[in-house]
Design a protein around this ligand. Structure first.
Ligand SMILES: Cc1ncc(CN)c(N)n1
Length: 238
């Protein structure tokens, strides 16, 4: 192949990749500052640079355990909608995979609790946690469009994936006792799962009305705001 043809085919490849960018990436660009606030929060950065305050980690652990228990019904409702509305059996399989991993997640939290001496039976959900779960509960309504629900679901999972993957990237000083948490959400399998959820959301949004698009964008921003508030709890905010 001549150099000219090679350059042209590389250009074409790049063009195709750019064309594949969906509306979610456009929204992330538009709302970059809140996206960065959610995925590079000081708590996460402190895990990565090793300066994390372990009482903050304990607070996060207790609050996230309660969150995950509340998140299960939300994922279950996404699963029901995937079965009813998607018309694509793979949607259901992707969500079912996420649901199944939540089982392991709850067990992981329990093991961590005994490691960190956290008694979940005494942990009280803080305001940010309650508000986030109330928001997700509202999204379980049949009135909420499948595309909107799927966008929220993706954003919730993606924030954890991006945050914890950051703690494992080159140059990290993540304390070895916290790498389990980072691998849980920062591993390649979870990244792949998030990418599958994103593709589902993108496919739904391609055919969505203007109204649904506006709702999905709003829900995406709100999830990011709730995630920031959630991280803030670890620093003692309520
Ligand atoms: C607050 C929060 N957001 C997302 C995740 C990932 N399921 C989580 N465990 N907690």
């Amino acid at each position: 192949m001549t150099l000219k043809i090679l350059v042209r085919s590389e250009k074409k490849k790049k063009q195709l990749q750019m064309e594949k960018r969906g509306v979610i990436d456009t929204w992330i660009d538009k709302h970059r500052s809140i996206y960065t606030a959610a995925t590079r929060h000081a708590f996460v950065v402190s895990i990565r640079d090793g300066s994390v305050d372990l009482s903050s980690f304990r607070t996060w652990l207790g609050q996230d355990y309660l969150f995950v228990r509340g998140f299960v019904p939300f994922v279950a409702s996404v699963l029901i909608r995937a079965g009813k509305e998607s018309g694509e059996s793979s949607d259901m399989e992707v969500v079912l995979g996420g649901m199944a991993s939540l089982n392991g997640e709850i067990e992981w939290f329990k093991t961590e609790a005994s490691k960190w001496d956290v008694d979940f039976s005494t942990v009280v959900p803080q305001k940010a946690n309650q508000e986030y779960l109330r928001f997700l509960e509202a999204l379980m309504s049949n009135e909420v469009k499948y595309s909107v629900m799927m966008t929220a679901f993706w954003a919730t999972e993606a924030v954890y994936q991006e945050s914890f993957a950051h703690c494992l990237e080159d140059g990290n000083k993540t304390p070895v006792e916290l790498t389990g948490a980072c691998h849980r959400w920062g591993n390649d399998g979870f990244k792949q799962y998030c990418s599958s959820v994103k593709s589902i959301a993108e496919r739904c949004l391609e055919n969505a009305s203007g109204e649904a698009l506006a709702e999905a964008e709003d829900v995406l921003v709100r999830v990011l705001e709730y995630e920031v508030a959630f991280w803030e709890m670890s620093r003692g905010g309520d």
